[in-house]
Unconditional design. Structure first.
Length: 213
């Protein structure tokens, strides 16, 4: 297994599990970390599709991914409304790109465009709905579970880092039998785990942890 595979696999597993099971309770801490991981993979994907670089296999690919990830992480930390919008937009983007892969449409730029459109719709809806607690639970449970399952599949050698070049859903589709089933099971478990805190210890997202609302 390559060094990139080990690094990405461990990052996806650790960040994914934390985001999936504790996305609401420690939202202000975990979202910037999740935003960084999402930006890293998305930036590397765009580098590959636009410049013809390998997915996280060149300095340019890593550079674009790290810069984009850092920008999203900083924005998520500083601005509350930007943070919750990114959470919704990330889920929409992942589902949009994954839907194109599921249809078997092999058009990288078109997949990115569809992902961005769906992401924008989800982001707008998230912003307008005021981000109730259960919405963040669903967002974090689904996206965190997808990342965690991909991390395990990479570490087990069932998929490669390159399989994430079209997003985390593409990695799950590469090993459909295990990937999709594990994603669904882990998503349900994570959402159920977080729902226990609603109305008991956590009811809202603490906005005062942010410098700007």
């Amino acid at each position: 297994m390559s060094l990139e595979g080990i690094v990405i696999g461990l990052l996806a597993l650790a960040i994914g599990l934390g985001w999936a099971f504790y996305g609401l309770k420690v939202f202000t801490i975990l979202l910037p970390i999740w935003a960084f991981f999402f930006g890293l993979t998305s930036g590397a994907q765009w580098s590959q599709d636009i410049f013809g670089q390998g997915f996280l296999s060149t300095v340019l690919s890593w550079g674009i991914g790290l810069v984009f990830g850092a920008v999203l992480a900083v924005i998520s930390y500083l601005w509350y409304y930007a943070a919750v919008t990114i959470a919704g937009g990330a889920l929409g983007y992942i589902l949009g790109v994954g839907f194109m892969d599921w249809l078997g449409i092999d058009a990288a730029i078109l997949g990115i465009i569809v992902g961005l459109i769906v992401g924008a719709v989800f982001a707008a809806a998230t912003f307008l709905l005021g981000v109730p607690a259960w919405l963040i639970i669903i967002f974090s449970g689904i996206t965190g579970a997808a990342a965690a399952v991909n991390g395990v599949l990479i570490l087990l050698g069932r998929i490669h880092v390159e399989d994430l070049s079209s997003g985390v859903v593409n990695g799950l589709l590469t090993d459909t039998t295990i990937g999709i089933i594990a994603w669904i099971v882990l998503s349900v478990a994570a959402i159920y785990w977080q729902m226990r805190d609603v109305g008991r210890t956590v009811t809202t997202i603490e906005r005062t942890n942010y410098r700007y609302y």
